[in-house]
Design a protein around this ligand. Structure first.
Ligand code: IVH
Length: 688
C-alpha cells in the first residue's frame, strides 16, 4: 500500500474504531459484531506496524475502550486496568505459547480460563468489606459503581476466613441467560428497546442510577485477577484459590496446563461445552501462571504480554428466507422479521430472525428468497447477519418496506434520529391498542389477571378499546363470553378491584406514556405527587426531575396535550384508580418541620424519593447550601462543592441512616432487602 493511502486508511480505521468503541462501551448498543470490530483493530495494528511513522499515542490500538459515563463519579484506578491481546486463530495461540516457552526457563505452567462475556469490574475489599467497585472506564479512571455492585447477589459484602486487610480483585459482571431473557421480555412488553445481548444488558444494568433496580436485574459476578502489585502470591492459581477461600466467587472451570496440546484440548472442550453454561463466554484466556514469569514478560500500554485471549467465532447457520413479516409494536414501531426455513442453531431450532429495521435490510442488501446467515449470541430473536450471495436466484427482487401500517393502513412515518418507521395512528391502530392494553394489565403495571388471548377477545368483540373500558365490564357481560366460567369471571373482577389500589406511580407507568418506564414513572410520581400536577407541568418543570431529559419531557407534554388522553384520565379517575400519592412517602409527620435540607449524592432509593420523604415530614428542600441550611443530607459521592461549603459555614452533614432515624419508621421507603441491607438489619455491618 502507498504511504498516502495507508495514512488515509489508518485515519479512517481509527475513527471507525473510536465510534464503534463508544457504541459498545457507552451506549451498550453495538452496531457491528465483535468479530468485525476485532478484524478492523487487527488491520489497524498491521498498518501501524508497517508504517511506524503514523504511530500515535492516541490510537485505539494503544488504549483500552472507555465506558465512562457522565452520571457517575470517576475515581482513579490504583493499577491501570488493561485489556487482553486477542486472536481468532488457534495457530496464533500456539505461536504465543511457543514464544513464551522459548524465552522463559522451564518449570512454568499455563492457567487456562473461560473468557467471560460481561463487563469488567475492579473491587477493593478493606477490612473484609466491599469498599469500592469501579468499572474499567478508560483504564486509568473508572466509574464508581459501589452502591450497584453491592446489589449483585453472589458478591459478598463481607468476607470470611483469613483475608488480607486491603486488596484489589478484578473480574466480570455477567447477566445469566435466564435473567437476560426475563429482562428483555419485560422490556418488550413495555416497548423499550431490548438489549442486544447479555453483555450489554450487564453493563447497562451496572450503570443504573437506582441501586434498588440493580438488585432486580439478576446480575452475577465472577472474579479472575488479583493484580500482582496488590497482593503477592507465587502463582495466579494460588491467588484465585485464596480468593475463593475468603468467599469470593471464582470459577472452578479453569485448568492448569503444562503443554501446548493440553491448551488445545482445553480450548476444544470448551468450544462445545460452553453452550451448556448459564452465562455467555466468548473465548478462552491463556495466562502464564507463575508471577515471577508474568513479571519478566510485563505489559504493553494496552495488555499484558503474559496472557492472550482466544476468541470463539459466533455460531452461525445458513437458511433461506420464506417470507418477511412487518410487526407493529405497542409504540407503533415497525420491525421486519424474516420467517425462515427452520434450522438448528446452538441447540435450538430457529424459525424467525429479525432484520432490525429498514436501514439494516438495505445494508445487507436482502433479496426475496435469499439464503441468509443467522446468529444467536444470546439475543431472544436471532439476527440475520449476512447473505450468501452465491445462492441468490437470478433476478431476485429486494423486498419493499411497507409504506403503510400492515395493521391499519396508515402511512408510516420516520422521525429524524429514529432508526425505525412508525405507525402514527396510536389511538386507532389495532396492534397498538392491544399492545397498550396488554401493557396496562401487565404484572409490573396494574397486575390484572388476563393474558393476550383475553385482550384479543375483548378487542375483537368491541368491548374494550382503552384501559378505562376494562372497568366498565360487568359480570353478566363476561359470563356470556366464550370460554368464561363463573370462577374465571370472579377471579378477573377481583383482580380489577385489586388494581384500584395500585399506587399512583404504577398507574402512571401503566398508562403507557412513551419513554416513561417504571423508574421514570416513580420519579415523576414522587416529584409531582398527582396526575393533575403532572398534566399541568411545563417542559422546564419536567426537566427538573432527576433523569428526565428532553425526550421524556417532550413525550409527557405531548401526551397530556391530547384531549383523548385527558378524557381517559378522567374515566380512570371515575373508575377509582389512584391518581395521586408519592408512594410510601405520602404519610405525613412534622418531624422535620422548620428544617431546610439540601440533598446530594446517591442513596438507597432515588433522590426524588428522599426529597419526597423530607417534604412529607414537614421539611423544606433546598438546592444550594446557604446560612439558612439546617443540614446537608449526603449519600454516596455527594457534590464536593456542597461539602466544602458546609465546612466553610459550619453546617452539619448527615448520612441516610441518621436521616431515616429522624423520621417515623412507618414512613420509610425501604429498598428491597439485599445481602447488604439484610446484613445491616441483623447488625452485622454498618456502612455509615
Ligand atoms: S484477565 C491484565 N481473565 O476480557 C488482564 N480477563 O477482552 C486482566 N475477561 O478486560 C484480565 N474473562 O474484562 C481476564 N478469565 C479472564 C477474563 C477476562 C473475561 C475480560 C476482561 C478483559 C477483557 C479483554
Amino acid at each position: 500500500m502507498e504511504r498516502q493511502q495507508a495514512k488515509e486508511r489508518i485515519d479512517a480505521l481509527r475513527s471507525t474504531l473510536r465510534e464503534n468503541s463508544r457504541l459498545y462501551y457507552v451506549e451498550n448498543a453495538p452496531v457491528i459484531s465483535d468479530y468485525e470490530f476485532d478484524m478492523l483493530m487487527h488491520e489497524l495494528e498491521s498498518l501501524e506496524a508497517e508504517f511506524p511513522e503514523f504511530a500515535s499515542e492516541d490510537s485505539p490500538t494503544r488504549k483500552v475502550g472507555s465506558d465512562l459515563d457522565k452520571g457517575f463519579v470517576q475515581k482513579p484506578h490504583r493499577y491501570p486496568m488493561l485489556s487482553l491481546a486477542n486472536t481468532y486463530s488457534i495457530e496464533e495461540v500456539e505461536e504465543f505459547a511457543a514464544r513464551a516457552e522459548k524465552s522463559l526457563q522451564s518449570g512454568f505452567s499455563w492457567c487456562c480460563e473461560l473468557k467471560f462475556d460481561g463487563t469488567a469490574i475492579c473491587l477493593t475489599y478493606r477490612n473484609g468489606v466491599l469498599a469500592q467497585a469501579l468499572t474499567r472506564g478508560d483504564g486509568v479512571v473508572g466509574d464508581d459503581v459501589t452502591a450497584n455492585a453491592r446489589r449483585i447477589s453472589n458478591l459478598p459484602i463481607r468476607l470470611h476466613g483469613d483475608y488480607p486487610e486491603e486488596f484489589e480483585i478484578r473480574g466480570e459482571v455477567l447477566m445469566p441467560y435466564a435473567a437476560f431473557d426475563a429482562l428483555n421480555h419485560e422490556r418488550e412488553l413495555q416497548e423499550e428497546a431490548p438489549f442486544a445481548n447479555p453483555r450489554n444488558a450487564a453493563s447497562g444494568s451496572l450503570k443504573l442510577i437506582d441501586p434498588e433496580e440493580v438488585a432486580h436485574r439478576g446480575l452475577y459476578c465472577t472474579l479472575y485477577h488479583i493484580p500482582a502489585q496488590s497482593l503477592s502470591f507465587t502463582s495466579h492459581d494460588e491467588a484465585l484459590r485464596a480468593a475463593a477461600s475468603w468467599g469470593l466467587p471464582v470459577s472452578e472451570d479453569r485448568r492448569l496446563c503444562h503443554s501446548i496440546p493440553e491448551i488445545r484440548e482445553y480450548i476444544d472442550y470448551w468450544d462445545t461445552q460452553r453452550k451448556f453454561l448459564p452465562y455467555a463466554t466468548d473465548g478462552i484466556v491463556i495466562k502464564i501462571n507463575e508471577m515471577e514469569y508474568q513479571r519478566e514478560l510485563g505489559y504493553t500500554s494496552k495488555s499484558p504480554r503474559w496472557a492472550v485471549a482466544y476468541k470463539f467465532k459466533a455460531e452461525q447457520a445458513c437458511t433461506p428466507i420464506l417470507s418477511i413479516d412487518y410487526q407493529v409494536g405497542r409504540t407503533g414501531a415497525v420491525t421486519p422479521v424474516a420467517n425462515l426455513e427452520p434450522v438448528q442453531l446452538s441447540g435450538t431450532v430457529v424459525k424467525r430472525a429479525t432484520l432490525v429495521n429498514a436501514d439494516q435490510m438495505q445494508m445487507l442488501d436482502i433479496r426475496e428468497g435469499d439464503w441468509v446467515y443467522v446468529e444467536k449470541g444470546g439475543e431472544i430473536i436471532p439476527k440475520i447477519t449476512g447473505v450468501e450471495e452465491s445462492r441468490r436466484q437470478p433476478g431476485a427482487k429486494a423486498p419493499e418496506f411497507p409504506a403503510v401500517c400492515p395493521d391499519c393502513g396508515t402511512p408510516l412515518v420516520r422521525e429524524e434520529d429514529e432508526a425505525k418507521w412508525f405507525c402514527p395512528n396510536k389511538d386507532g391502530c389495532p396492534m397498538q391498542i392491544k399492545g397498550a392494553l396488554i401493557h396496562f394489565m401487565s404484572r409490573k403495571a396494574m397486575n390484572i389477571l388476563a393474558g393476550e388471548m383475553t385482550v384479543e377477545q375483548f378487542y375483537n368483540l368491541g368491548l374494550v378499546r382503552t384501559p378505562a373500558d376494562l372497568y366498565s365490564l360487568s359480570e353478566n357481560q363476561l359470563l356470556m363470553l366464550e370460554g368464561w366460567k363463573e370462577k374465571s369471571v370472579k377471579r378477573f373482577l377481583a383482580s380489577l378491584a385489586e388494581s384500584r389500589k395500585v399506587p399512583f406511580e404504577r398507574v402512571l407507568f401503566a398508562i403507557g406514556i412513551r419513554f416513561v418506564g417504571e423508574t421514570t414513572a416513580r420519579e415523576l410520581a414522587a416529584h409531582f405527587g398527582s396526575i393533575d400536577a403532572l398534566a399541568e407541568a411545563s417542559r422546564e418543570q419536567l426537566l427538573e426531575v432527576q433523569d428526565v431529559g428532553d425526550v421524556i419531557a417532550d413525550s409527557v407534554v405531548a401526551w397530556f396535550a391530547n384531549p383523548a388522553h385527558r378524557q381517559e384520565v378522567e374515566r380512570l379517575r371515575a373508575a377509582g384508580l389512584q391518581l395521586s400519592g408519592k408512594g410510601a412517602a405520602e404519610a405525613v409527620s412534622d418531624a422535620l418541620a422548620g428544617k431546610t435540607i439540601v440533598v446530594s449524592g446517591t442513596f438507597s432509593v432515588s433522590r426524588d424519593e428522599i426529597k419526597a420523604l423530607i417534604a412529607a415530614n414537614g421539611g423544606k428542600n433546598s438546592g444550594s447550601i446557604s446560612a439558612k441550611t439546617t443540614f446537608l443530607l449526603a449519600g454516596d459521592s455527594p457534590g464536593p462543592e456542597k461539602v466544602r461549603k458546609c465546612g466553610e459555614l459550619g453546617i452539619s452533614i448527615i448520612d441516610e441512616k441518621t436521616f431515616r432515624e429522624m423520621i417515623p419508621a412507618a414512613q420509610l421507603t425501604q429498598p428491597a432487602p439485599t445481602p447488604e441491607t439484610a446484613a445491616q438489619e441483623s447488625g452485622q455491618l454498618s456502612l455509615f
